[in-house]
Design a protein around this ligand. Structure first.
Ligand SMILES: [Zn+2]
Length: 417
């Protein structure tokens, strides 16, 4: 809880609702960490006693949300061997640094969709390090040999390795095993369920054209998750995997490269979210970052995305920001996704809504975060300049000059390090 009320004022407020910005605006947050007032400064109410006032040049926005990260993966070049030989204390410190870099880039909430075990995820909630609010999937549920069940060198004892790295394997075949695996993940602290509905680009033993789980298995995952108040995020690149996941009623399609007009219409009708992860697709263009096998596989899917995004936008699919940060893309580069969404056809305002209000809905937190409105949690960001005029400003974390999380200032120009 913050120890004093806070008024942040800036040149303009973009509240995440998509309407025109408010000039010379302010946001008032109470000591309970929620927003009590937002609007033009000419209408600011009488300030509470002991109120801290921060005036910033630039644009005030809701804290951004990245609905697809992997804090347990290093970012930059993905080298599995490096991960295997890393001493556990180094891994802990790197994950703490990833959490901090993400928060200081203006991302106050993330959904981690695999490779972050329950013990390491606790770093984000115990105050051990500055960190975004975290919804954790723990692992990606996969069929045997699927995208979440990649082969390791024979000399490696997988059980021992996973124990040391605080990783979980969630491999299940058949609806009964899938149901059990979902329940086990929830028992261990999963707040969202990630499934591999298709094969992948970064794994050597499968391809995006492969189906990851059958329709019956996907339905079992959705039913088991919904029964305990969780949603299902489906990794789905190829058309067939997307089709099965949409049919099974998943909450969000991650990647969605092989989207067709028919599937886009269906997603729009059902309210299925699309998280296109353009940032990681951009990274697959560089064989040095993602590895040669991934580079070779990715080309066709990058081209597919160029068609899929306009199709999704035209059909009215709800699109949210997610980057795959940790896989190729570095932690803290999360907001590069907004520039890529604008390149794909969204307006700057719609990209901001994708990164705030819609992303909050993907996290099932639409009533708590994602917009600057009285009653919501005071997660706020100030960007130097006007992102509506130049969305690429968000690419550089140095342009994020103030970050407030539940009414507490967690990044301020005077505390820069
Ligand atoms: Zn991912």
């Amino acid at each position: 809880m913050p120890d004093q009320p806070l008024l942040v004022s800036a040149l303009q407020l973009v509240d995440g609702l998509g309407g025109p910005p408010v000039q010379d605006a302010g946001v008032l947050a109470g000591t309970d960490g929620t927003i009590t007032w937002a609007g033009p400064l000419t209408e600011v109410p009488a300030l509470p006693e002991n109120c801290r006032h921060i005036t910033m040049p630039g644009t005030l926005l809701p804290g951004f949300i990245d609905t697809h990260v992997h804090l347990g993966l290093p970012g930059g070049g993905l080298n599995a061997a490096m991960l295997l030989i890393e001493p556990p204390p180094v891994r802990v410190l790197k994950i703490a640094a990833a959490m901090r870099a993400t928060l200081e880039a203006g991302v106050t909430t993330v959904r981690d969709l695999g490779f972050l075990g329950p013990s390491l995820a606790k770093m984000a909630t115990t105050g051990a390090t500055p960190a975004p609010r975290l919804l954790n999937a723990i692992a990606m549920l996969s069929g045997t040999g699927g995208h979440g069940d990649f082969p390791l060198p024979h000399a490696i004892d997988q059980a021992e390795l996973f124990r040391v790295l605080d990783l979980r394997l969630a491999v299940a075949d058949g609806p009964t095993e899938v149901t059990k695996a979902v329940r086990e993940l929830i028992r261990d602290g999963a707040q969202v369920i990630k499934v591999a509905a298709s094969g992948g680009i970064s794994t050597p033993a499968d391809t995006p054209d492969d189906i990851g789980l059958t329709l019956e298995e996907l339905r079992a995952a959705v039913e088991a998750a919904q029964g305990r108040g969780r949603t299902v995020a489906a990794h789905a690149i190829g058309t067939e995997g997307i089709a099965l996941a949409v049919e099974a009623g998943v909450h969000s399609i991650e990647h969605g490269n092989g989207l067709t007009p028919g599937l886009a219409d269906r997603m729009a009708r059902q309210g299925t979210f699309l998280v296109p992860t353009l940032a990681v697709m951009e990274q697959t263009g560089d064989p040095a970052v993602m590895g040669h096998h991934a580079h070779a596989k990715a080309g066709r899917w990058r081209e597919a995305t160029e068609k899929a995004l306009p199709t999704a936008i035209g059909a009215g699919v709800r699109i949210a920001t997610g980057t795959d940060a940790g896989l190729g893309i570095r932690h803290g580069q999360n907001l590069s996704e907004l520039s890529l969404l604008v390149q794909a056809g969204l307006s700057a305002m719609d990209a901001i809504v994708a990164g705030t209000r819609t992303a909050a809905e993907v996290c099932s937190l639409g009533d708590r975060i994602g917009t600057v409105e009285p009653g919501k949690l005071a997660d706020l960001v100030v960007v130097a300049g006007d992102p509506l005029a130049d969305i690429t400003l968000l690419r550089d974390p140095a342009n994020i000059t103030l970050v407030v999380q539940e009414g507490r200032v967690v990044k301020h120009p005077e505390s820069a390090h």
